[in-house]
Ligand binder design. Structure first.
Ligand code: GDP
Length: 435
């Protein structure tokens, strides 16, 4: 997916517009326990074109950071990572000095920029937007975050500017693996450890995708590609020191992956940012494995591993399906356990279950625990079928989708998992009307 970034001064309404664009999808995701509400990125689609969107304003700097420095960093990040930049301004404030400064940076980058002028809450304000032509990015788009007007026009402008994406040309039997995690968790070390393993055959053909250097390799007859994000190569840039800036990098790697290795620092434990990043892997429908690194320095007894795993389960309630591997990239202790798990979850991610088997399981589930009723009407499940893989996606045909409850959907998902495993992969369940 191409990436769209929203930049702009604080209080111009970036988050409101962001939420408008993400719309229903966000609401659905927030239903799930364990997903944090302060989202700064999400997936959307318009005119049949999918894209990811990030609110760079949600990436906070230290409180003392002066505003100008913070928006400069936003702009820098957007220029580096985004395919289309939405530059948000405020109709009430007009064009400010810092708007001009950011505009200059964006202009020099040559990236497509769409100017959105927020707080155009009534038609009288429409003439306020004309001064924004001076920024030099063509027609500014008047929007109102609070009223929801102009969002369609903004989305049209965004999708008009999205690039045609070059497809990966890896074959189907290749497992694409991304490593994500906050700085210093050991991503680079793990990449080197994997590639340095015995019997790993590293191909010297470099990857072909625009902004990543991918490393294809083979082990035990299985082909893999390690997706290296720019973050692993370019070190020491100022925004890398702010942890949340790595989120955008991670998003891009996740989009291209089949299996996402969510690295956790065994020495320091789990922090909130780990949850943000893992949540994106879940939303993007990718298979995942938790990798607890630096296991060599953890003081342990026979319960430590179990306790750590329990902590992971408590923190990542929405990803109970993901297995946990403990290892040390540095000493290579337990490293041999990793690739077999990656291979296993990749298989689950592409697994297709025959319709009759699926319906047998669902019939049993219904017999044990009948569907809910609402105002005297009972949900009737007529038919269940898996429509696609990566991730496994199952459609439940019912008499009336409104009668389906989240908790019952969860119940069915659990029964399906219990019967067919699907370890390591999210499952998508959709309810559709069909009598
Ligand atoms: P990245 O920012 O996620 O790519 O992290 P690096 O791979 O650069 O590792 C950060 C630091 O952690 C380096 O000093 C590594 O030597 C150290 N490190 C990485 N893996 C391990 C490990 O398994 N055990 C220990 N003790 N240190 C590690």
């Amino acid at each position: 997916r191409p990436v769209v970034a929203i930049v702009g001064r604080p209080n111009v309404g970036k988050s409101t517009i962001f939420n408008r664009i993400i719309g229903d999808r966000l609401a659905i995701v927030e239903d799930k326990p364990g997903i944090t509400r302060d989202r700064i990125y999400g997936a959307s689609e318009w005119n049949g074109k999918p894209f990811s969107i990030i609110d760079t304003g949600g990436i906070e700097l230290d409180d003392e950071e002066p505003i100008l420095k913070s928006i400069r960093m936003q702009a820098e990040l957007a220029i580096e990572e985004a395919d289309v930049i939405v530059f948000m301004c405020d109709a009430k404030a007009g064009v400010t000095g810092s708007d001009e400064e950011v505009a200059g940076m964006l202009y020099r980058s040559g990236k497509p920029v769409v100017v959105a002028v927020n707080k155009v809450d009534n038609i009288g304000r429409m003439d306020n937007i004309y001064e924004f032509y001076n920024l030099g990015f063509g027609d500014p788009i008047g929007v109102s975050g609070s009223h929801g007007t102009g969002i369609g026009d903004l989305l049209d402008a965004i999708t008009d500017n999205l690039p045609e994406l070059a497809e990966d040309n890896y074959e189907d039997d290749v497992i694409r693996v991304a490593l994500i995690g906050r700085p210093n968790v050991g991503k680079s070390s793990l990449v080197n450890a994997i590639l340095g393993e015995e019997r790993v055959i590293v191909s010297d053909i470099a990857g072909t995708t625009r902004d990543a250097i991918d490393t294809p390799f083979e082990k035990d007859g299985q082909k893999y590609v390690l997706i290296d994000t720019a973050g692993m190569r370019k070190r020491g840039k100022v925004y890398e020191t702010t942890e949340k800036y790595s989120v955008m990098r991670a998003m891009k790697a996740i989009e291209r992956a089949d299996v996402v290795l969510v690295l956790i620092n065994g020495e320091e434990g789990i922090i909130e940012q780990d949850k943000h990043i893992a949540g994106y892997a879940y939303e993007a429908g990718k298979a995942s494995v938790f990798v607890v690194n630096k296991w060599d320095v953890v003081e342990k007894d026979d319960k430590t591993m179990h306790q750590f795993e329990q902590k992971i389960r408590d923190h990542f309630l929405f990803m109970t399906y993901a297995p946990v591997v403990f290892l040390s990239a540095k000493t290579k202790q337990r490293l041999h356990k990793l690739l077999p798990v990656v291979q296993h979850v990749a298989e689950q991610h592409t697994k297709r279950v025959q319709t009759h088997l699926l319906n047998d399981v669902v019939s049993d589930a219904i017999a044990i625990n009948p569907p809910p009723t609402d105002k005297g009407r009972r949900l009737r499940i007529n038919y269940v079928t898996q429509v696609t893989v990566k991730p496994p996606t199952i459609v439940v045909f019912v008499n009336d989708p409104e009668l389906m409850h989240f908790s019952y959907e969860r119940y069915l998902e659990n029964k399906i998992r219990a019967a067919f495993n699907f370890e390591g992969t999210p499952i998508r369940l959709f309810t559709r009307r069909k009598s």
